[in-house]
Design a protein around this ligand. Structure first.
Ligand SMILES: [Zn+2]
Length: 366
């Protein structure tokens, strides 16, 4: 894609958001996590989009939308297929005889909240067996060799709403049990490992469970685990917790968004603590017309904290020490995309060494 024909992105800047780079610079920017299919997408919006986006799927209804978007715009869209923890109650771990049985078993407090349960039940879909979900995911991932698994994850905060699509969203007293979320997540990650696909992970108030899961995956899969890259999206880990992940998992990256991370000051400390080679940027936004501005805003924050200059023009012939923020973040993305984070000399003993590392960190791991 050349700069010609792309409208000057600077003139599209939304008020309050920083001025954008030139199209020649923006074409090297990757928004590693967004939800464009949650809004209407016009052809004009896609024609104008000056960056690459990783479009996440979250539930059954949007897997096909992401597929169609990526098929129509293969040069700008990296499709990501997966089931978000907010929608995992729509999935049954086994085949169930009735919808009612599934939701009664899933929400153990339904008896104390019969009125809310009876109001919710007709609004819920019949559950889809996990086996079918995995089959569908496999087909989508195999159809797009560059596709990632996402958005998947763990969330200890979110409550099930009566109607996800109503605004404002009215919440029920029900949560998706953590063990259920974990089972759905692990099944999806097993598939990603089998296919060698990168993963975009949501982790909210589940730091320890996420860290434990990464440790288990490394133990179980050794180098096969390190063959893929994992992005902790809108990462809200404490700097200390992140540095521990970074040290133990060479395949782990973090990405930050203004939508989520700017709500807390923690993100600045996190950027400061994170290796310059493991940071990515994202919008986590639902409207493709704003993905560029929002990703760019996070790029400027990262650049400021890391002391990186921001490119105003593009040059391919620079030495690494001369790189600006866009070039550095683009390079991080390429390393993420490529995967294969196997430490030289450990290939054969990967699993054994992994076990030893885990043992020393956590003596309870068997
Ligand atoms: Zn997201």
């Amino acid at each position: 894609m050349s700069g010609q024909g792309i409208p000057d992105a600077r003139s599209q800047s939304l008020s309050g958001l920083p001025e954008l780079g030139s199209p020649a610079v923006l074409r090297h920017v990757v928004d590693v996590h967004c939800h464009p299919t949650d809004s209407e997408i016009s052809q004009l919006s896609m024609d104008r989009l000056p960056i690459t986006i990783c479009a996440m799927a979250t539930r059954q209804a949007d897997q096909g939308l992401v597929r169609d978007l990526a098929a129509a715009h293969p040069d700008k869209v990296i499709p990501c297929f997966g089931y978000h923890p907010w929608f995992t109650h729509w999935i049954s771990l086994a085949y169930v005889s009735s919808k009612r049985q599934h939701y009664e078993e899933l929400f153990p407090n339904w008896r104390e909240n019969v009125d809310a349960f009876e109001r919710l039940l007709p609004l819920l879909p019949s559950p889809i067996p996990l086996e079918d979900i995995i089959l569908d995911l496999r087909q989508n991932l195999e159809a797009f060799p560059k596709a990632m698994l996402g958005e998947v994850g763990l969330d200890r905060v979110s409550r099930v709403p009566f109607d996800y699509f109503s605004s404002p969203r009215e919440l029920t007293p029900f949560y998706v049990p953590f063990e259920h979320q974990l089972a759905v997540l692990e099944a999806q990650i097993e598939l990603a490992i089998e296919l060698g696909r990168n993963i975009s992970v949501h982790s909210v108030k589940a730091q320890k469970a996420t860290v434990d899961l990464l440790g288990r995956l490394h133990l179980k899969h050794g180098d096969r685990w390190r063959r893929l890259s994992l992005d902790l999206h809108s990462c809200a880990f404490s700097p200390q917790m992140w540095m521990d992940v970074e040290r133990r998992h060479p395949n782990a990256f973090l990405s930050l968004s203004t939508a989520i991370n700017s709500r807390s000051e923690n993100h600045r400390a996190l950027i400061a603590a994170c290796s310059p080679h493991r940071i990515l940027i994202e919008s986590d936004f639902h409207c493709v017309d704003e993905c560029t501005e929002r990703t760019w805003a996070m790029l400027l924050t990262v650049a400021e904290i890391k002391g990186w200059e921001v490119e105003t023009t593009w040059r391919d012939d620079l030495e690494e020490h001369q790189w600006g923020a866009v070039r550095r973040l683009e390079h991080n993305w390429r390393v993420f995309e490529k995967g294969n984070h196997i430490i030289p000399g450990t290939q054969k003993k990967g699993r054994r060494r992994a076990q030893q590392t885990e043992m020393s960190v956590n003596p309870l791991v068997k």
